[in-house]
Design a protein around this ligand. Structure first.
Ligand SMILES: Cc1cc2nc3c(=O)[nH]c(=O)nc-3n(C[C@H](O)[C@H](O)[C@H](O)COP(=O)(O)OP(=O)(O)OC[C@H]3O[C@@H](n4cnc5c(N)ncnc54)[C@H](O)[C@@H]3O)c2cc1C
Length: 398
């Protein structure tokens, strides 16, 4: 039904200039508001201190609370998972990352990488054994693909699994693994005589260690670890039965990247809001700096990219819900949104002047977090190459 010409236009909303809220269902809004309230209550009051100290204390309690919100394995069905839509999962990622990328990373790795791998490629026994406790946050999961010498190109991974009788024996090292030191279960990808395979590794198995990586200047409120696998002996049924080859880890990554398309816009929104508020109240040369044309140009350009990015994320969410989302489209979204998000944080930082470098404001924290987000789940260059190949039909990866 079209509106009559005399219908009053809705007022302009600086928080939602395109009226994207109209695209959401009541249930979508309820999910978004619940996660936003949780983050405001449980993360925002503490995050600057955690970030400064490089810690995520109470991560097990946070995981349980996220579990009771239904945020872990949120878009998966059965086994205690919430069975939410892709759009709702995306909205949750946005709200979590508006608090901190580290919290969204905890949720992405748990749900989109570790749980997704077991849900999609696991046996019924593996699903029954792990997923319900991962959905509640009782068990934290990690996902080990990257190695010290194999990041963007995991095909040459050195971690391998050999048969010994009916057992598997895993050896190797994984690097930069989110949640590693706090995980109860690790999904580890290893080379076998039968191609790359995934293994579900209880982290108390002898020979498994996960020392934490320190000295990070990004994602400081997130646990990042090395995984050391020293002749880790596993029963035959530890292997994920339903997948062979890199298709396994890459399809998990595609799911997690989808969450980042939304999440990165959360970091951007928080930075933009800080800059807008600052521009309205900070006075120089006798008036608020938001009254200068140069500041307005920055704010207008940031608002355009922020809400275009959210619109793009929503579009991809609708395609995922319809079962029509291609990996190249996820690359499109991750490439654009993380790149624009980091640019919004940097521009916001300039509006805050010297205050922009302080942890009193969220902007620099988000900007440095996004340096990791720009690199993990496929670097900018990898997504350019994915799109370049799709556009030209020519493979430029090697
Ligand atoms: C905080 C954090 C958390 C992470 N969590 C996880 C996790 O939970 N699990 C996991 O498995 N991994 C994780 N990672 C690792 C991440 O996925 C890798 O860092 C990423 O894949 C890039 O690998 P790399 O760092 O080895 O860089 P490299 O692959 O060595 O790349 C270095 C540079 O070279 C460029 N480059 C490489 N090949 C080409 C090419 N063909 N053409 C053009 N440029 C190229 C890259 O784009 C990049 O700019 C995490 C990383 C970080 C920082």
């Amino acid at each position: 039904m079209s509106a009559t010409p005399s219908s009053p236009l809705p007022p302009f909303d600086a928080a939602d200039p395109l009226g994207l809220d109209d695209l959401l269902t009541d249930e979508d809004r309820a999910v978004r508001d619940t996660v936003r309230r949780w983050a405001a209550d449980r993360v925002l009051p503490h995050i600057a201190g955690w970030y400064e100290r490089g810690e995520l204390p109470g991560i097990r309690d946070l995981a349980r609370e996220l579990g009771s919100l239904g945020a872990l394995g949120m878009s998966l069905t059965g086994y205690g998972c919430a069975g939410a839509s892709a759009v709702q999962y995306g909205l949750a990622c946005l709200e979590l990352e508006a608090a901190d990328s580290g919290i969204r990373s905890l949720v992405s790795v748990q749900g989109s990488l570790a749980m997704y791998a077991i849900h999609r490629f696991g046996s019924e026994e593996q699903k029954q054994h792990w997923l319900p406790r991962m959905a509640t946050g009782e068990v934290i999961g990690c996902f080990g693909l990257t190695e010290p010498d194999h990041g963007s190109d995991p095909a040459g991974m050195r971690t391998h699994a050999r048969r010994d009788g009916s057992d598997w024996v895993l050896s190797g090292r994984k690097m930069w693994i989110t949640n590693g030191s706090v995980a109860g279960v690790a999904v580890v990808w290893a080379a076998t005589d039968d191609g790359v395979r995934g293994f579900v590794v209880p982290t108390d198995t002898p020979g498994f260690a996960a020392p934490e990586i320190h000295h990070k200047w990004s994602l400081r409120a997130s646990v990042t670890s090395e995984l050391v696998l020293d002749d880790v002996r596993l029963p035959a049924d530890a292997a994920l039965p339903e997948v062979r080859g890199l298709r396994g880890p890459l399809s998990c990554l595609s799911h997690a990247r989808y969450g980042i398309v939304w999440g990165s816009m959360g970091a951007a929104r928080a930075s933009f809001e800080a800059a807008l508020e600052y521009a309205r109240t900070r006075e120089q040369f006798g008036k608020p700096i938001g009254g200068f044309q140069l500041t307005q140009a920055k704010l207008a350009d940031m608002a355009v990219e922020l809400h275009k990015g959210i619109l793009l994320a929503h579009h991809l969410g609708l395609r995922m819900d319809a079962g029509r989302l291609r990996p190249e489209q996820v690359s499109f979204g991750k490439l654009n949104n993380v790149r624009e998000a980091i640019e919004i944080c940097r521009t916001s930082r300039t509006i805050l002047g010297a205050n922009g470098i302080s942890l009193e404001y969220p902007v620099m924290r988000h900007a440095t977090n996004l340096e990791s987000v720009l690199t993990y789940e496929g670097t900018v260059e990898m997504h350019q190459l994915v799109l370049g190949k799709a556009l030209t039909g020519l493979d430029a990866f090697r």
